[in-house]
Design a protein around this ligand. Structure first.
Ligand code: ARG
Length: 464
């Protein structure tokens, strides 16, 4: 197969070299973006008088027919082509003749691939954002239904203080909301069009780069042609945001795996999101949650790979940059797949509210509130802490909870205790009294839920 650059060469490329060098097997993924970019480019060339109107029309029609045939399965990506750019150009020339050869006027594959990758990433950012929004909607609906569902809050994986399921899910709402914020920032920063930078030093044709940028929904053209062809910052930023999304999903999965275990029984993952064991008939395993946790490493790997690929590259384009694609594509598909699956998993999960409440009652999660009771009666907090410590020890020995103690037992340790201690340390009081902004109390949660609702209503999908 003739290469785009065959003129200067006297020998055929070695087959192993061709295969090693080729990228079609993976950059075919952005054929749509490649064609979209080419259409904008020729439209601009015609506006500038560099191409004739009928040449432009022939090229546009040819590109449309190529896209149609790829999509209806009649045009196949065959391996004699080096990359998606050569593939499209060769088929265009085959279909429309000499006009096809003019497509590449004032353009290099360096600014072309920079554009394609940017368009692809930008599209994927928008899709990821949409998936995160759906996840947030699901989290919010679980929050709304569970402002009274008491459960233990943990530190060091030890029961600490009682909270509600709404409060716990609310923590993840904040994380995924920040993730969307990161995507929004990246999209805004990356939205400059590299096309027209040429190989590295621009071109002598009178291109209207701002017009091309406008046709492709960019805010403006990039300012430095060397940077334009060698910038992959936006990819690294996206992979970093994606790694953070995965880290959040992975933490959430870890908790769900624990909660779904026999020991906790806080939740039950639906049959449709679980798998069985080939040997142990009783098993119902949380494989999906485990796989999401496991796949997090892959996305971190893509981020490290991107950073490492770029770290030693002199300006401007170097072929190393072709390595930006495979792991990125894999990471993006992984991130999107994991968000969708996770959303489906929590939407179909059962919450065992009574188990959570029972667990919140154990483990002395009301000990801080008992100390606060003494403080309200004028005792310094440090002394109160020590007295409640003694009471906890007493209860551990008797194998009872604080609220199981008689008033006489309380008073034997401190005369400050009165009969209202029971109300002060009830689970309901412990949760409901915590109404500072961001706390689990009903009033505080109501405000946060309203805020989240407004956020999901107001916040438009980025980009569109
Ligand atoms: N397949 C190449 C890549 O992905 C396209 C750019 C090729 N440019 C070049 N000067 N060889 O980076």
């Amino acid at each position: 197969m003739a290469k785009l650059w065959g003129g200067r060469f006297t020998k055929e490329t070695d087959t192993l070299v061709h295969n090693f060098n080729a990228s079609l097997s993976f950059d075919k993924k952005f054929y749509e973006q490649d064609i979209r970019g080419s259409k904008a480019h020729v439209t601009m060339l015609a506006k500038q008088g560099i191409l004739k109107e009928e040449e432009k029309n022939d090229i546009l029609n040819g590109l449309d027919s190529i896209q149609k045939d790829i999509e209806n399965g009649t045009l196949h990506f065959t391996e004699e082509y080096e990359d998606i750019h050569s593939f499209v150009e060769a088929h265009l020339t085959e279909r429309i003749g000499d006009a096809g050869k003019k497509l590449h006027t004032g353009r290099s594959r360096n600014d072309q691939v920079a554009l394609d990758m940017k368009l692809y990433t930008r599209d994927e950012i928008d899709e990821t954002d949409g998936l995160l929004k759906k996840l947030l909607e699901e989290i919010l609906s679980i929050m709304k239904a569970n402002t009274d569902t008491y459960m233990p809050g943990f530190t060091h994986l030890q029961k600490a203080q009682p909270i509600t399921l709404a409060h716990h899910f609310g923590a993840y709402f904040e994380m995924f909301k920040r993730d969307r914020g990161r995507l929004y920032d990246i999209r805004k920063r990356m939205n400059e069009c590299p096309l027209g930078a040429g190989a590295l030093a621009g071109t002598t044709y009178p291109l209207d780069r701002e017009y091309t940028a406008q046709l492709l929904d960019f805010d403006c053209a990039t300012c430095n042609s060397l940077d334009s062809v060698s910038d992959r910052d936006y990819l690294i930023e996206f992979l970093s945001a994606g790694a953070t999304i995965m880290m959040h999903l992975s933490r959430f999965c870890e908790e769900i795996i624990l909660w779904n275990s026999n020991e906790y029984q806080f939740v039950e993952i639906d049959d449709s999101y679980s798998t069985g064991s080939s040997i142990m008939p009783q098993k119902k395993n949380p494989d999906i949650a485990e796989l999401i946790r496991g796949k997090t490493g892959r996305v971190y790997g893509a981020l490290m790979s991107g950073l490492t690929t770029m770290k030693g590259l002199p300006l401007a384009y170097n072929k190393d940059m072709q390595e930006d694609k495979e792991l990125t594509f894999d990471a993006i598909d992984t991130i999107k797949g994991c968000i969708s699956l996770f959303t489906g998993m929590i939407a179909s999960m059962k919450f065992h509210k009574e188990k959570m409440e029972e667990s919140a009652k154990g483990g002395f999660t009301n000990a801080t509130d008992a100390a606060d009771y003494l403080v309200r009666h004028g005792m310094p907090f440090r002394d109160a802490h020590s007295i409640i410590g003694q009471i906890v020890l007493f209860c551990i020995e008797k194998k009872i909870s604080l609220e199981d103690m008689t008033l006489e037992e309380f008073q034997a340790i401190s005369p400050v205790f009165a009969s209202d201690i029971y109300e002060a340390i009830s689970l309901k009081t412990c949760v409901e009294k915590r109404n500072t902004i961001g706390g689990p109390g009903k009033e505080a949660m109501k405000q946060v839920i309203e805020k989240n609702e407004a956020y999901l209503k107001k916040e438009r999908f980025i980009g569109k």
